[in-house]
Design a protein around this ligand. Structure first.
Ligand SMILES: Nc1ncnc2c1ncn2[C@@H]1O[C@H](COP(=O)(O)OP(=O)(O)O)[C@@H](O)[C@H]1O
Ligand SMILES: [Mg+2]
Length: 322
């Protein structure tokens, strides 16, 4: 059994700390996730390892450590906990319980829309996790189906605090870069304005819309069109009804995904109260969307709609949304 010191070494049976690598599970924006085994406690764990290209950047190592600290501050039955943070050679990693099951992304991929009853269960657990984080001063900022794990008993667990911020922390590490996942990203995050719990409420609305219809809230070919839709286009009322959402759910999602944070549910208590009455909510009063593009220039650097990306780098490059 060899001691891993770089990403290439993380093959089955390699040792990282006192864990033994079993298999590579996923690669995302910040890192790689591995299934591993902890012999001393005879249990399976998941290990998130910072990507090699980010591991020489002290800011990225700082964000990765901050992700671990954010999770450690939150003990909640709907949030994946953390066991350990470590460094070995060039590797920076943290260890979590291995959740046997799937993610909500697998649900979307299955092509079967969630029923209203399932939607209430899932949204209720997501609200519980996010409200707990919010009450501990943390906003997630990358709410999307693949960041919710579903364990074997159907419990929903929020993970991936890689973009999370403490409330009130408005300045980004690098104001010339904007990170997020275009399909679920709220207007103020795209525009790099103030973000708070209402930003997570928007992304949660886009996530739940996707789960209950198996369609993106804004189904657009390119990241550029998608970003434009979040900033300028109204809620897709006709599509939502055609896809079988009841007036109450349309009303709920419409309110969650208003362009202006002031028009959304302001906090999770308001959202929970509406969810408790979702089937009794009346049809929505349709409003014209207020365009928020403000002549912002956006340079999508990659073209995948549902993976975390760096959406734009520096404002001055390519004129977009003009
Ligand atoms: N604790 C875990 N148990 C099982 N699978 C996990 C666990 N954490 C992450 N994964 C898998 O790895 C994927 C990526 O993890 P995530 O923390 O979202 O990293 P990234 O920042 O790379 O998106 C998840 O969508 C899920 O499939
Ligand atoms: Mg993720």
């Amino acid at each position: 059994m060899s001691l891993a010191v770089s990403l290439e070494d993380l093959v089955p049976n390699a040792r990282l700390g006192h864990y033994t690598i079993v298999e590579h599970l996923a690669e995302g924006g910040m890192g790689h996730v591995f299934r591993a085994f902890e012999p001393s406690l005879s249990r399976e764990v998941a290990i998130k390892v910072l990507k090699a290209e980010l591991a020489d950047d002290p800011d990225k190592i700082g964000s990765f450590d901050l992700e671990a600290q954010n999770i450690a501050a939150l003990r909640h039955s709907n949030i994946v906990p953390i066991y350990f943070v470590g460094h070995q050679g060039d590797l920076h990693y943290f260890v979590m319980p291995f959740i046997t099951g799937s993610t909500l992304d697998d649900w979307v991929e299955s092509g079967v829309p969630m029923s209203a009853e399932q939607g209430i269960m899932v949204l209720g657990q997501a609200i519980s996790a996010l409200d707990w984080a919010y009450k501990h001063g943390i906003i997630h900022l990358d709410i999307k189906p693949s960041n919710f794990l579903v364990d074997d008993s159907g419990i929903i667990l929020l993970t991936d605090f890689g973009l999370a911020r403490t409330l009130g922390q408005t300045l980004l590490d690098n104001p010339d870069e904007c990170y997020g996942t275009p399909a679920y990203m709220c207007p103020e995050q795209i525009l790099q304005q103030h973000t708070d719990q209402r930003s997570d409420i928007y992304s949660l609305g886009a996530t739940m819309y996707h789960l209950m219809t198996c369609r993106f809230l804004y189904d657009r070919e390119t990241v550029t069109e998608l970003v434009q839709a979040h900033l300028e286009q109204g809620f897709p009322y006709a599509d939502a009804a055609a896809l079988g959402l009841s007036p109450g759910w349309i009303n709920l999602f419409d309110r969650m995904t208003q362009k202006s944070p002031a028009d959304r549910f302001q906090n999770y208590d308001e959202l929970s109260a509406a969810l408790a009455n979702v089937e009794r909510l009346g049809p929505v009063r349709k409003k014209e969307a207020v365009a928020l593009s403000e002549g912002k220039t956006v340079v999508p650097t990659e073209v995948c709609r549902h993976q975390g990306i760096c959406l734009w780098v520096a404002e001055s490059q390519v004129q977009f949304l003009g």
